[in-house]
Design a protein around this ligand. Structure first.
Ligand SMILES: Cc1ncc(COP(=O)(O)O)c(C=O)c1O
Length: 389
């Protein structure tokens, strides 16, 4: 780096003042993401692994989406270009106005931006553990903390009564409630009645972030999206992503649906630096419901087959509604992750305090066979389990 550029950057950092340390932590987490995610080592022989660790869509984007993205290469050199009306299409898809949508580079950006907006000034985020930890990590990076409640011991579900109690008892400390529905890593839903119970039970006006990254895989009438609460005008932010059912994780597209006033509060903190290709791909993905239905069916079929094979082999599986599941292995997970890795199968990271469970993403039929083969080599058969959990 030239001296003048270095001194310019030095001056800029000084000018940022107290923001500096925050920028450092952001930069650190961005660097981790660029290297394949926190704790994810670079894979020299990427293609030789079964990728069952990050809840990705193993089949990739459908033809319609690839075609739309390919048609957008010609805008690579532009800042302003036809963008397939992506915000308008998302708004139409949900029956909301464009002012209710904040477009982001993956829904991870929504989680960061919501955290920055509502936790600044030492406010805490209230949620459960284990859950998707981005919001909690972000809270730490902006020098605040999370209040993490345990899951129900018996069935690993999120305890709404406990959440409501703490939200009321500690209302003055709390800036945000985080609800991952369905929850990552358990794959369990919070029912539509329970979501209503939560929203009605917490102090009026307390912001609630509902992360619906795995919405599209859910197959039970007990669940419903929380978008109608946004339309009702409640202080609810729904986060959605194109990384899962739409298979665009590497292209980075997500969005928040929220009351216009909340979108305005959040927008100053969003980078929203989204490429031309994925805007076109995302608009096409919203329309290709047929491909999404196929992905959903393949995912559920493979999930149920693998879960029942594991149960027949004697291991309890938490009944998931997503493109991943958890199996109880009865041993600490970290060395097991390494053993699977030696067998060229990547499985999910530790999710404290459930460190004797392994999270497994749904891959292709071949990948799931490789997983089962590795599982049987690593673990002995046990007496058959009949219990779902
Ligand atoms: C629950 C949940 N929310 C958000 C994300 C972030 O995904 P992305 O930033 O790719 O949209 C993930 C990714 O795995 C997730 O599991």
């Amino acid at each position: 780096m030239s001296v003048s550029r270095r001194s310019f950057l030095g001056g800029a950092a000084a000018a940022l003042g107290t923001l500096g340390s925050r920028v450092d932590v952001f930069a650190q987490s961005r660097n981790q993401a660029a290297q394949g995610g926190a704790g994810r080592p670079a894979l020299d022989d990427y293609d030789s692994f079964a990728h069952l660790s990050s809840n990705e869509n193993c089949w990739g984007p459908p033809e319609s989406v690839m075609k739309a993205m390919n048609s957008a290469w010609k805008y690579s050199n532009r800042y302003g270009y036809p963008d397939a009306n992506i915000v308008g299409e998302i708004a139409k898809h949900h029956g909301v106005k464009q002012e209710n949508i904040m477009l982001t580079a993956g829904s991870g950006e929504v989680l960061d931006v919501v955290g920055t907006t509502y936790l600044m000034g030492n406010k805490k985020v209230l949620g459960v553990e284990p859950s998707y930890s981005t919001v909690y990590q972000h809270a730490t990076s902006i020098k605040t903390t999370a209040i993490k409640l345990p899951l129900n011991q018996k069935d690993y579900r999120q305890d709404m009564a406990a959440m409501i109690k703490v939200a009321n008892q500690r209302a003055s400390e709390i800036g945000l409630v985080y609800l991952c529905n369905p929850n990552n890593p358990t794959g369990l839903i919070v029912t539509k009645q329970e979501v209503k119970q939560l929203l009605d039970g917490i102090p009026a006006g307390m912001p609630v972030l509902i992360d619906e990254a795995y919405h599209h895989f859910v197959d039970t009438p007990d669940y419903a999206t929380s978008v109608p609460y946004v339309i009702e005008g409640r202080r609810v932010i729904v986060a959605r992503t194109f990384s899962k059912i739409a298979a665009l994780a590497g292209m980075r597209l997500g969005y928040a649906i929220a009351p216009a006033e909340m979108v305005q509060q959040m927008r100053p903190y969003a980078m929203s630096s989204i490429n031309a290709l994925v805007k076109h791909g995302g608009a096409a993905a919203l329309k290709d419901t047929e491909s999404q239905a196929k992905i959903k069916k393949m995912t559920i079929d493979l999930r149920e087959k693998t879960s029942s094979d594991l149960r027949a082999y004697g291991y309890d599986v938490i009944p998931s509604q997503t493109n991943f599941f958890m199996v109880h292995i009865g041993r600490e997970i970290q060395p097991v992750i390494d053993e699977f890795r030696e067998k060229k199968v990547l499985v999910g990271r530790p999710f404290p305090p459930m460190t004797q469970h392994m999270r497994v993403s749904i891959g292709t039929a071949d990948e799931m066979e490789r997983f089962m083969k590795a599982f049987k080599e690593i673990f002995p058969a046990k007496a058959k389990t009949t219990a779902a959990i």
